[in-house]
Structures are given as structure tokens and as C-alpha cells.
Design a protein around this ligand. Sequence first.
Ligand code: PBG
Length: 348
Amino acid sequence: MSRERHPTSADPATDFDLADILGGRRLRRTRQSDWSRRLVRENTLTADDLIWPIFVVDGERRRIPVASMPGVERLSIDESVREAERAATLGIPAIAVFPYTDPARRDELGSEALNPDNLVCRAIRAIKAAVPEVGIVADVALDPYTSHGHDGVMSSAGKILNDASVKQLVLQALIQTEAGADIVAPSDMMDGRVGAIRQALEARGHSDTLIMAYTAKYASAFYGPFRDAVGSSATLRGDKQTYQMDPANAEEALREAEADIEEGADMIMVKPGLPYLDILWRIRDAFQVPTFAYQVSGEYAMIMAAAERGFVDGERAMIESLTAFKRAGASGILTYFAPKAAEWLKRG
Ligand code: PBG
């Protein structure tokens, strides 16, 4: 290191012996140059880590901006096929498809979820035909289809019924699989749904279909913009605390993980993302199974909103947050930043 002028002080407090304190250990050595930082880097984000959630809507040549998610649009099926092609070009392994269901097609039971020609099934078929090499994740839950906005079946007293919901969810997962979904992803948090879906898939000869379980899904304020995107925020009756997890709990997430793995999940997930990195780490540490994080709509919106106002550098915040998931043990990340991040990574 070059000789520099050092501040000098007569204060005896500065009479410490730094060489003695450090004993030769200087952690800054490896940080001095780009080459050495690259050599010791512990985690690397690549396009292979990304799953891109998209929103589909009826019609043709339509791209409708989602106000609370700058840069995200609801796409008609033809446009979603174009974006799936973009995913393939960018090396993004998989996309997750969420429907904005016409409010006229929503009812108390979420019957449209069981229509084999519903929007999401048509989108899955079109994307699979055009871009077979991209994996397709289908969300299993009733909320885009119910008039009350809940993920399950509601009793007349307003209770979300577990066992009746699981029956609907199993049928929904089967029609999505038959439409061409490679991964079914139950996001409903009903008890026993992973095992029930696995049994039904095996019974119908779909033994190759993967299940990505939303394992530790918390009752979170960070889903707000998503509910705008699928049109369930205006209609949601009450909240989801009787089935989604309490943000105060961590050990319970380990019990959820144990159950989902035993019931036959191939991949598990923690959601939301950044506020729950401890959960991600604890699950990965305890179970060593492919574990994903969902950087949800509210997290995306926060970064985008702060970037738009010049409060943070949006690209750096994006890459830093995605890298944090890798560091915490994520096998991959569901993120609305997927195409932007993949483009950034391509530029190098
Ligand atoms: C619905 C579902 C939600 C999300 C994914 N699937 C919302 C909810 O549970 O209310 C949230 C995704 C996001 O906020 O980006 N079962």
C-alpha cells in the first residue's frame, strides 16, 4: 500500500497498536479490486434463478398497465406468447401465469377455475405450443375466480372451508395440468392440498407434473398491487388470516415445510421475500430441498416507486435484492423484475 499522510493526534486515545489488534488479518484485502472481489464472491445471480410472473387478460393485442406496479402490464394471450418468447431468449427458465378474470365470470364458488377453457388454460396452451422450452407455473387458488376474493370456498357464515376448498383446488390443478402446465403451485394455504393434488395427479397419470408449494405464505400487506392486477382487491371480503400465516411466526413455517415435503411437493416457497429472508434461510437449512422465494408485488412496487422518485438507484436495488435471496439460500426467485434483471445480467 502506498505511503499516505496520516492524521496525527496527540490524544493518548490514539495510541492503540493496530498491528497487534489485527494480527495480520485485514478483511479489506480481498475487496480492493474488481478481480479479487469476483474471485471471492460467494453467490452469483444468473437468469437461471428467475421465474417471471405475468398477468393475462381477455382480448387481443392488449397491454393494460397495472397502476400500482410500474412497468407491469396485463397481457392478452397473443402478447403473453410474445413475452414467453422473450423469456426464452433471455434464458429465463419459467414463467408463472395469473389471470385477470372478467368480473362477470366470478362467483361464490369460483366455478370458472374449473372451466378447462378459462383464460389461464387458454394462455397455458398457447404459450406451451409456441415456446415449449419455457416451463409454465400455474397458480392453484380460487381468488381470481371468486366474487369474495378468497382463495377457498366460503360458507354462508363467511368461513373459509378447508376440505371443500381442497376438492376444488384438486380439480383446478388437474385442468391446469391437462392444459399443459409443467408446475402446479398451490398458493391457497389450505391444509392437505399438496397431498391431495399429488394423489390426484398420480391417479390421472400425470406423474411428471411438478408441485411447487407456497409453503410459508404469510398474511401480508405486500400483496396489495397483485390484488389490483388480478382484480380481487376491490372485492376482497375481510382478510386472509384464517389460512395465511401470521407474520410473527417462524417455527410454524418449519411445520408447514415438513408437511408439504411429506405430502409430495418437489419445490417449496417462502412468500413474501425480503421481509422473510430468515424464514427462507431456516427452511433451507432444515430441509435441503429446492426452496424458492417470491419477491411479491408490494416489494416490486416499493423499489420501483422509490426509483421513480430518485430515492434509490432502481437497477442496483433490483440486483442487490435478488442477490440477497441467493445468499439466504434460495434456489430461485419469482420476481416481476425477471426480464429487467435478465437483460441487466446479459449486458454484464
Ligand atoms: C393468490 C396469490 C396472491 C399472490 C400470489 N398468489 C395474493 C394473495 O394471496 O392475496 C401474491 C403475489 C404478489 O403479491 O405478487 N392466491
